[in-house]
Structure formats: C-alpha cells, structure tokens
Design a protein around this ligand. Structure first.
Ligand code: URA
Length: 207
C-alpha cells in the first residue's frame, strides 16, 4: 500500500483552475476530466502487459497489450466527473457505480445504488471520487468491492484531507491511493480546506 501524490506540473496547474470559485461549469468539468486522465497515466504505470500479434503495413510482429481487464468505479455522485478521464485512456474499461451514505442514527452504511460489472473480481479496479474528506464513502466503497471479491483496488482522488487518508489507510492498508493534492484539513462541516467547495455541485452546476 502507498499514498502517491501526483506532483506533475500539469496536474498542479489544472488543480488551481479547479479551485477558482469563478470557474464555469464547462471549464470545471473539462479540467476535472483532464486531471483524471493525467492521474490515470500515473496510476496505471505498473499495469501488466502481454504479447499479441499485430500486422503492420510492413510485416507481422509481436507487440504488447494490457494483460488485465480494468473497471472504473465512481462513487456517486461526484465520482461520475472522473469517469471520462479514465475511459479516454482505457476505452475498454467497464464502469461500475457505488452510491452509499452513512445512516446518522444507526451509523451504518446504506448502499442506495450499486451496480458492478460481471466478473469484477478478476479485474483491476480504479475507484474514483474527487474529494477524499472524512474517508467514510471511500472505506464503505472499498468494503463493498472487497465483498464482491475484488482483490486489486486503486483509489484515485483529486484532493484529499490528511484525516481521510489516515482512515482509509488504517481500514484498507492494501489499497494504493493516488492523490492530486493533499490539502490542509477538514473544517467543521467536513469540507476540505482550501479545497474547491462542493465538487458534485460544481460538476453538475447544481449551485
Ligand atoms: N466533498 C466535497 O465535494 N467537497 C469537500 O470539500 C468535501 C467533500
């Protein structure tokens, strides 16, 4: 397990565009997709390859293709804003969905919508959610994936709070976490600061 902060200049530059409270919805969505694409490039750098035959205009040769099947699983709803960034680079990826919240009375997770690809247990899963705040949704989503038999999970988020990262590591030490930027912390409303506000509202223009 490891936490990998993607310190690439393009990621950091684009993150600043996202943080700007005056960024329009279109720019926000497109930039989120671009950052996710750049992070996908990093998060997949140890993916295994296998040999295949290909015929170029010149000759037949042996070449490489991805050995593993891949699924991207957004945590609803803001995770949806990261799907295209992954599928741009891995168009064959299957897409699952996890919608979960914590019941404030029972303190138990409520999975209100979950649909995973068939055979997900054999896939490499990229779980995505732009904001890792308290860590609750990430932990419940990883629980759900493991319950479904998934063995290889990487979690990608754009901005994380140190508190949330610590909780995910404590509960799921085997999961790699790719982070665009580790921010300072959580405020009294569990918003990340400096953060970028409510990511779902900014993706979908709901505020
Ligand atoms: N979710 C968000 O969208 N923003 C935060 O700052 C924390 C959680």
């Amino acid at each position: 397990m490891s936490v990998i902060e993607i310190n690439h200049p393009l990621v950091q530059h684009k993150l600043t565009l996202l943080r700007n409270k005056d960024a329009e919805t279109k720019l926000f969505r497109e930039t989120l997709t671009e950052i996710t694409g750049l992070m996908t490039y990093e998060a997949t750098k140890d993916f295994k390859l296998k040999d295949t035959e290909v015929e170029t205009p010149i000759m037949k040769t042996t070449a490489k293709i991805l050995a593993d099947k891949v699924a991207v699983v957004p945590i609803l709803r803001a995770g949806l804003g990261m799907v295209e960034g992954v599928t741009t680079f891995i168009p064959t990826a299957k897409i699952g969905h996890i919608g979960v919240y914590r019941d404030e009375e029972t303190l138990q997770p409520v999975y209100y919508y979950c649909k995973l690809p068939e055979n997900i247990a054999e896939m490499k899963v990229l779980l995505v959610d732009p904001m890792l705040a308290t860590g609750g949704s990430a932990i419940y989503s990883i629980d759900y994936l493991k319950e479904a038999g998934v063995k290889d999970i990487s979690f990608m988020c754009i901005i994380a709070a140190p508190e949330g990262i610590a909780k995910v590591i404590e509960k799921h030490p085997d999961v790699d976490i790719f982070v665009g930027k580790m921010d300072q912390g959580l405020d009294e409303n569990s918003y990340i600061y400096p953060g970028l506000g409510d990511c779902g509202d900014r993706i979908f223009g709901t505020k």
